[in-house]
Design a protein around this ligand. Structure first.
Ligand SMILES: [Zn+2]
Length: 171
């Protein structure tokens, strides 16, 4: 299975793509990196410590998740996240936890994919296109780069850029 999703990335000091919503500083540097040299594999960030603190467990149904499970698991929160359409991405909030630049773009998802109403959680991902107005994304990524959101959408959305005015995001 393979399909395209729409998402945000935070860009680190080396121009590498990292999660826009998961603060990645507590984790090993390479762990939450979107690789430039190949396919990114999702990992489950649940830990034994978290598993044992059931009283404060924020994830309903966690007890049904096997300790060792294939990522993503439908009862867990793991997986590489992306929204289904550029319209949903455009309506999404911008990350506030980081002062790093953030970019939006398109990712090709593969492996096991859990399909939600608004988005996907996938086992594997590979960034294919970004809106990179200021040239912050490393040239190490073999990725299509756009200066406007409408140009990105025109190229990658299946139905084309009918949503006019969509360029108001990501200013
Ligand atoms: Zn998991």
């Amino acid at each position: 299975m393979s399909l395209l999703g729409w998402r945000q990335w935070a860009v680190d000091g080396q121009g590498q793509l990292r999660p826009a919503w998961t603060p990645w500083s507590p984790f090993p540097p390479g762990m939450l990196l979107w690789r430039a040299d190949g396919i990114t594999q999702a990992r489950c960030l649940r830990t034994k410590r978290l598993d044992s603190t059931t009283a404060s467990e924020p994830w309903p149904g966690h007890d049904r998740v096997p300790d060792e499970h294939r990522v993503p698991d439908e009862h867990c929160l793991c997986g590489l996240y992306a929204w289904r359409t550029p319209e949903i991405l455009a309506a999404a909030r911008r990350p506030r936890w980081t002062a790093l630049p953030c970019v939006v773009g398109v990712v090709r998802l593969g492996g096991r994919i859990i399909i939600g109403e608004r988005g996907y959680r996938a086992e594997r991902g590979y960034p294919v296109a970004v809106l990179d107005r200021h040239g912050v994304v490393s040239t190490g990524y073999a990725i299509a780069r756009y200066r406007t959101f409408s140009a990105l959408v025109a190229e990658w959305a299946p139905s084309g850029p009918e949503a006019t005015g969509i360029d108001r995001i990501a200013g």
